[in-house]
Design a protein around this ligand. Structure first.
Ligand SMILES: C[S@@+](CC[C@H](N)C(=O)[O-])C[C@H]1O[C@@H](n2cnc3c(N)ncnc32)[C@H](O)[C@@H]1O
Length: 281
């Protein structure tokens, strides 16, 4: 059959077939299992982490359109990177509406809210929060890598951006981390810091959790997103996660299903992205 097809098809088609086959064979998977521990620093030169210019450039590219859409009363099914005029994405809508619930609960009975957004990019959740609760005075603090913190500071003059952990010298009504806590090697210690610096709620979302398998690390090669970098992150066993939260003094209020499920090459178990709202004490 292969021989017959080779004879019948024009060379352009067979060449294209060979090219695609070769590419698929050589390109490493976007997501890949690494190990059951955090790898040593400098594991590979291409693992540059998050503090790179191209991540900032990608975050900035559609930010104006993102802010424009936040002014509408239409569904919030978009993010700074996945936004276009009029279309919506169910996972992003779900992520944003879960956040809306958390924000409203945290602000209940008050006219102001002090928040810390760990890994908040250039302040997208600040813009979203103001659109969701325009009647609440939101004091926004964000901890990020230096490139993003520096730009966030320019973009939102009345917000507070940190590139180090002095953010923990303050206390907050709500501390949240969306898709970011698992990029810290020692995430249990970070969770303890969140618990100490929060006076009411801690919300960890877009967290990759494993139903049964012990925690392991993965690499994401994020070239398709324009980031020009690779980074390491944890996929965390759900029972271990809940036990660590309890040990940090956090009481689970609600678990959320996010619906973002990356497929990881060579992983012994696939993850599900979940959200967890905890109350202090
Ligand atoms: C997947 S993005 C999520 C961005 C945003 N929170 C969201 O949900 O759309 C992960 C973010 O975590 C940030 N990040 C990674 N390690 C961090 C660290 N040690 N401290 C603060 N932010 C970090 C990255 O720079 C990046 O902006």
């Amino acid at each position: 059959m292969k021989k017959i097809l080779k004879k019948c098809l024009p060379p352009l088609v067979t060449d294209a077939y060979r090219f695609i086959k070769k590419k698929l064979k050589t390109a490493p998977a976007e997501w890949e299992y690494v190990s059951n521990v955090w790898p040593a620093a400098g594991i590979h030169a291409s693992v540059k982490g998050w503090n790179v210019q191209e991540v900032l450039d990608t975050y900035k590219r559609k930010f104006d359109l993102f802010e424009e859409r936040l002014k509408e009363v239409s569904p919030l099914g978009f993010s700074p990177e996945f936004v276009s005029k009029g279309s919506n994405n169910l996972v992003l809508h779900n992520t944003n509406m879960c956040f809306a619930y958390v924000l409203a609960l945290s602000a209940r009975g008050n006219s102001s809210l002090k928040v810390l957004d760990w890994g908040g990019g250039i302040g997208q959740y600040y813009a979203l929060s103001r659109a969701l609760l325009p009647q609440i005075d939101i004091e926004y603090h964000c901890k990020e890598v230096p490139f993003l913190a520096e730009y966030g500071r320019q973009l939102f003059k009345n917000a507070h951006f940190f590139a180090d952990e002095t953010c923990f010298e303050n206390s907050y009504d709500l501390i949240f981390a969306s898709g970011s806590l698992h990029y810290s090697e020692d995430w249990p210690s970070l969770l303890v810091k969140f618990a100490k610096a929060s006076s009411k709620y801690v919300y960890i979302t877009r967290l990759p959790v494993l139903p049964t398998h012990p925690s392991f690390t993965v690499v994401q090669r994020a070239y398709a997103h324009g980031y020009n970098t690779e980074y390491i992150g944890w996929f965390i066993n759900r029972a271990e996660w809940l036990k660590s939260a309890e040990a940090a003094g956090l009481k689970l209020v609600r678990e959320f299903y996010i619906g973002e499920n990356p497929v990881v090459h060579r992983a012994p178990e696939q993850c599900e992205y979940r959200g967890y709202l905890f109350r202090k004490g």
